[in-house]
Design a protein around this ligand. Structure first.
Ligand SMILES: Cc1cc2nc3c(=O)[nH]c(=O)nc-3n(C[C@H](O)[C@H](O)[C@H](O)COP(=O)(O)OP(=O)(O)OC[C@H]3O[C@@H](n4cnc5c(N)ncnc54)[C@H](O)[C@@H]3O)c2cc1C
Length: 321
């Protein structure tokens, strides 16, 4: 029976919410193949696996592969572990949500196995044919993969988060020790933030080149914090050093799909839209009525941010009491 193996990410002993759409994509592929869904938990310890097994998510099994080399994350170690797990379990499809980590390690695992990978799929057409955007989202391509094992990454905004179901058995995969391929983590510089992760936030407030300088993002941060959201930015804003690069939303940044996306002084270039157009409600503030962002916005305000944002912040403050 065809086994579809979905790689999960965990934090604080629990599954990360960004992994849930990847499970849904994997389940659709497993169902289309008449096969089984299996989940893979990687890490220094398997503490998250019990909770994941209890929630099941429609899987036939939850597998853990524990090795000290898997934390902190490196694409080399995770890629090696995914290869080991895929071979041990006899998986015919391997994938997960197109997060920063899995976008990095799954292509490596596919390359080691000389297997094809379909990146950022937005729909499952059949057990081996997946739809993915090309040309920065201007067109969609149905791609059929063939081979003993094939790989996918799924765009988180295009698949519903998997829901808990019947419990699934948890089993450990005997580890051959994970090969880090000479990569050593010397240190980690973390951006400390009380805000939710950009890819997991319910509300994202993003600023663009029209904000002109980093100092001006303070008012966006105030709005973000009042709404309990995450701060984002266009590439023009991150390239100009107004905010850190890890806040970039778009084709070459983070893909987000919050309930509310507020784009301020962002023109709406196709590469930016590729990262946020799956948002449930899009609000755009731009002084140019012709800005393409208004074509995807549910609510548009033609105004200078210097005038609109203080009013918006005051209105939200008044509403919150
Ligand atoms: C291969 C490739 C990958 C890319 N990947 C990404 C990506 O991942 N993410 C991304 O964002 N971009 C990406 N880009 C860049 C993208 O093409 C655009 O250049 C970029 O998104 C533009 O950012 P922006 O909208 O902030 O700036 P601009 O296009 O310059 O727009 C600024 C907007 O601000 C408005 N404005 C100015 N002043 C004010 C004011 N006072 N009040 C209100 N509005 C104001 C203007 O009317 C304008 O619409 C990529 C490009 C390439 C070629």
């Amino acid at each position: 029976m065809s086994k579809v193996l979905v790689v999960l990410e965990t934090a604080g002993g629990a599954i990360r919410s960004q992994s849930l759409p990847g499970i849904t994509a994997g389940k659709q592929i497993a169902d289309a193949r008449g096969g089984e869904l299996h989940l893979l938990v990687l890490g220094a310890d398997a503490s998250a696996a019990a909770g994941i097994g209890a929630a099941g998510y429609g899987a036939a099994g939850v597998h853990t592969l524990s090795d000290a080399a898997l934390e902190p994350f490196t694409a080399e170690a995770w890629g090696d572990a995914v290869v080991h797990a895929a071979k041990t379990l006899g998986a015919s499809v391997v994938g997960g949500t197109a997060s920063s980590a899995l976008r990095d390690c799954l292509p490596r695992a596919a390359a080691i196995l000389d297997a094809p990978l379909c990146a950022e799929i937005v729909a499952v057409k059949s057990g081996d044919t997946f739809t993915r955007p090309i040309s920065a989202g201007r067109a969609l391509l149905d791609e059929t993969l063939s081979g003993d094992v094939v790989f996918f990454t799924a765009r988180g905004s295009e698949f519903e988060p998997a829901a808990a179901g019947a419990a699934a058995p948890v089993a450990a995969i005997d580890g051959a020790s994970v090969d880090t391929r000479g990569v050593e983590v010397l240190g980690i510089k973390k951006t400390e933030s009380a805000r939710p992760a950009l890819t997991e936030a319910d509300v994202v407030v993003s600023g663009g080149r029209g904000m002109r300088e980093g100092e001006n993002f303070k008012i966006l941060e105030e709005l973000t914090d009042m709404l309990g959201g995450a701060l984002g930015a266009s590439r023009a804003a991150t390239d100009a050093g107004m905010v850190p690069a890890d806040l970039q939303v778009g084709q070459t940044g983070k893909i987000v799909a919050p309930n509310l996306y507020i784009a301020v002084a962002i023109s709406g270039a196709i590469q930016h839209l590729a990262g946020m157009k799956g948002s449930k409600t899009i609000v755009a503030i731009n002084k140019d009525p012709e800005a393409p962002i208004f074509q995807v916005a549910d609510y548009g305000l033609v105004a200078k941010w210097e005038e609109a944002l203080p009013e918006l912040v005051a209105a939200v403050k008044a509403r919150k009491g």
